[in-house]
Design a protein around this ligand. Structure first.
Ligand code: GCU
Length: 409
């Protein structure tokens, strides 16, 4: 057992004083203690790492429905953004019957060539991402903190209230499509298993996911992957350059979707923190007991058993980043967002680097937290900006710079 754990401080290139010796699992040692020394041995380690996250953290999802079994209907597709791009909304049905359909909102440039794209979940409904009366007002449950939300339902006043998080015109200007869907479409963000996608998979009499079965974040990740399938099947979007982006709880979700699904070219985690990019063992910011108490529906019940016992976790979050290897992953933090533990997010990048290097990439190029506003552009990227927990147009410029650097080479 001891063989499998490394002191982070013993990892090769880094400023030792910046990293504490947490005793996180070594991503390159098999569960049976055998070291992974060659790229050819990684798929086996990858498979067992993925299984550990499935069984102990997010819960195992049903197989993703093949795109041929899904149905997409375009609700509208019109010129927008002062003639520079188009705005489309589609409804996507997927098996089994009884599952709630997804609504995907896509802004894209008119280049005549397949464009790279970003897809991410939103917190408040597609109607909040842009002030446009044609976008469907989500009828789903919406958190009461949303502007224009009355009795947990959207009203007309909610249109465009989350537009600052979705700078569609910027993406278009930069040659990218930007797509978003509401996570509450597939599973409302509350501890209720009756109204979301899970119920369609329950056995007779089952009331909640069993231990090790998918919980809330995993269902959202599943929806993101279906949205990815849609983009990959359309001629306007380059199937080899579909990127995932998520902020906060949606950032945890984007990482889990990208870890499972190798079709995605690149993943951006914005301030995903606990259960996302931050090391659980670091012990700063949000702890497992905090997250599992406030959001009991996000992770599999097995994850709750590690509340206050982070040292016993079979995996830590650097291994989630490592599952994305060798594809580019960008971890973004905000200086004042201590709840998401910027240092722990940075350390996860350091600790995932050996896997990326084994697979022939440049890994992670920083040895200490970079200055505010300076983008680390290696295959594992990192950025920390001044300010608080949020995703803004300034953040999107960083995501697009990173994607340009990694995908347009
Ligand atoms: C809470 C939660 C975090 C989460 C965040 C968000 O703060 O504790 O884990 O990332 O909400 O999604 O905004």
């Amino acid at each position: 057992m001891r063989m499998r754990f490394v002191l982070l401080a013993s990892l090769s290139v880094m400023t030792i004083h910046a990293i504490e010796p947490y005793g996180i699992p070594d991503p390159l040692v098999m569960e049976n203690g055998k070291p992974v020394r060659e790229a050819a041995q990684w798929p086996a380690r990858r498979a067992e790492t993925l299984a550990l996250f499935e069984s102990g953290v997010y819960g195992k999802s049903p197989a993703l429905p093949p795109w041929e079994q899904c149905q997409a209907e375009t609700l509208f597709d019109k010129e927008a953004f002062a003639g520079k791009g188009r705005l489309r909304e589609v409804i996507i049905h997927f098996p089994p019957s009884g599952t709630p359909p997804l609504h995907l909102l896509i802004a894209y440039p008119k280049t005549g060539k397949p464009v790279p794209s970003f897809v991410g979940l939103n917190f408040m409904g597609n109607h909040a991402a842009i002030a446009d009366s044609q976008v469907r007002l989500s009828p789903a449950w919406i958190p009461s903190r949303g502007v224009g939300v009355v009795d947990n339902r959207a009203t007309e006043a909610a249109r465009g209230t989350d537009a600052a998080s979705w700078p569609f015109a910027l993406a278009i200007e930069r040659g990218y499509a930007m797509a978003t869907l509401y996570h509450g479409d597939i599973d409302p963000d509350r501890p209720d298993w009756k109204e979301g996608v899970h119920a369609a998979f329950f056995a007779a009499g089952q009331m909640e996911p069993g231990a090790g079965e998918w919980a809330g974040l995993a269902a959202w990740a599943w929806a993101l992957r279906i949205a990815g399938s849609y983009l990959m099947a359309q001629p306007e979007f380059d199937p080899r350059r579909v990127c995932l982006m998520g902020h906060s709880r949606n950032g945890k979700t984007a990482l889990w979707a990208g870890a499972q699904d190798e079709r995605f070219a690149l993943v951006v985690s914005n301030q995903s923190g606990c259960g996302g990019a931050a090391l659980s063992r670091a012990g700063r910011g949000e702890q497992l007991a905090d997250i599992n108490t406030r959001f009991p529906h996000w992770f599999t019940s097995r994850f709750h058993a590690y509340n206050g016992k982070e040292a016993e976790l079979p995996v830590d979050q650097h291994q989630l980043l490592a599952l994305i290897a060798p594809r580019p992953v960008l971890v973004c933090s905000a200086e004042e967002d201590l709840w998401a533990d910027p240092q722990g997010e940075f350390e996860a990048c350091v600790a995932a680097s050996p896997v990326y290097r084994l697979l022939g990439t440049d890994g992670f190029g920083a040895t200490a937290l970079p200055p505010l506003g300076e983008l680390v552009r290696t295959t594992i990227g990192y950025h920390i900006r001044p300010g608080k927990h949020a995703v803004t147009a300034e953040d999107w410029k960083v995501f697009l710079d990173f994607a340009d650097a990694r995908l347009l080479k």
